[in-house]
Design a protein around this ligand. Structure first.
Ligand SMILES: [Zn+2]
Length: 310
């Protein structure tokens, strides 16, 4: 079975033709600040038409960066991006334009599905995946099924687990979310407010995780304190996820994981020390598929009968 996969993020979309566990061909489209999904769909359609003409597919699996009602195939809520998306009928669009059925899912859920199907979580049925990047994605699978809940937002807001009730205001409306305490977008805010920042090595650099880790490794005291803060934020979110979802495995992806050598051992030790799991130890592992995860997740999304275990 060949599937057309779409992974739509805030700044780019990737369209691909996927067969089984192989991505046959992919195209990445830059979407510089496009606020409208209706306008963006035209570029996506052109790419899909090209892929579809070369090798006909049987369906479209669509990953979207917002809250998704997958049962109704509708986008339920966006976080400042593509505000017209909630009014769009993507299934109707796919039917009219391509004569194909379309299944819709949140992009982070799709990435977890991909890692279970072809990556770091193959053979696992109880998994939480965190994506540490500009924001923090956190999605849960229990008993081999993606957790959805009545309003389709169960187990998909792991980045918005509050870790500090006296913390920073988050884009979601809460305060002290993992994302507002230690993610790509909140790092400059956290860093500039840190005591001693002005005289730290970090003050002379662009503030991102790469520079933060570099300054900390070079011995800068403030950078070391902030790295420790971030690790503890992620550790608190990990414990919260374990206590909420009862996983046996936590998978970590995202750009921040370039320092997996530092992050994974910390999180494993933190969970060993703080998670209440009398049955054993929750394992911590790096994601394997990178940006391909959501594309490969489109296959089991589309064919629910397909076993996730090889
Ligand atoms: Zn939040």
């Amino acid at each position: 079975m060949k599937i057309l996969a779409v992974d739509l993020g805030g700044t780019h979309a990737t369209c691909a033709l996927v067969e089984g566990r192989r991505i046959l061909v992919r195209q990445t489209l830059a979407l510089p600040g496009s606020p409208s999904l209706a306008a963006t769909l035209e570029a996506i359609a052109s790419s899909l038409e090209e892929l579809h003409a070369g090798s006909p597919a049987q369906g479209i699996g669509f990953g979207f960066c917002g809250l998704v009602d997958s049962r109704r195939t509708r986008i339920a809520s966006t976080n400042g991006k593509y505000t017209d998306a909630v009014d769009l009928d993507l299934a109707g669009w796919a039917r009219e334009r391509f004569g194909l059925p379309l299944r819709l899912e949140n992009d982070a859920r799709l990435a977890l599905l991909g890692e279970c199907f072809a990556g770091a979580a193959q053979g696992e049925t109880d998994v939480v995946m965190f994506t540490l990047g500009t924001g923090i994605g956190g999605v849960a699978m229990i008993g081999g099924r993606l957790l959805r809940g009545k309003h389709d937002q169960a187990g998909v807001l792991g980045g918005h687990i509050p870790v500090n009730f006296a913390g920073r205001r988050c884009t979601c409306g809460a305060v002290g979310c993992a994302e507002s305490e230690a993610s790509g977008w909140s790092l400059p805010l956290v860093t500039r407010a840190w005591p001693g920042f002005a005289s730290s090595a970090l003050a002379a650099r662009n503030i991102d995780f790469q520079n933060l880790f570099a300054c900390a490794t070079a011995g800068d005291a403030v950078s070391r304190e902030i790295v420790d803060h971030c690790l503890r934020v992620w550790g608190a979110a990990a414990v919260a996820a374990v206590h909420s979802f009862d996983p046996e495995l936590l998978v970590y992806g995202g750009g921040v994981m370039q320092r997996a050598d530092l992050i994974l051992p910390f999180l494993q030790d933190y969970l060993n020390a703080h998670a209440w799991t009398p049955w054993g130890k929750v394992r911590v592992r790096a994601a394997q598929l990178g940006n391909d995860a959501a594309l490969l997740g489109a296959v089991p999304l589309f064919d629910q009968e397909l076993p996730l275990v090889r």
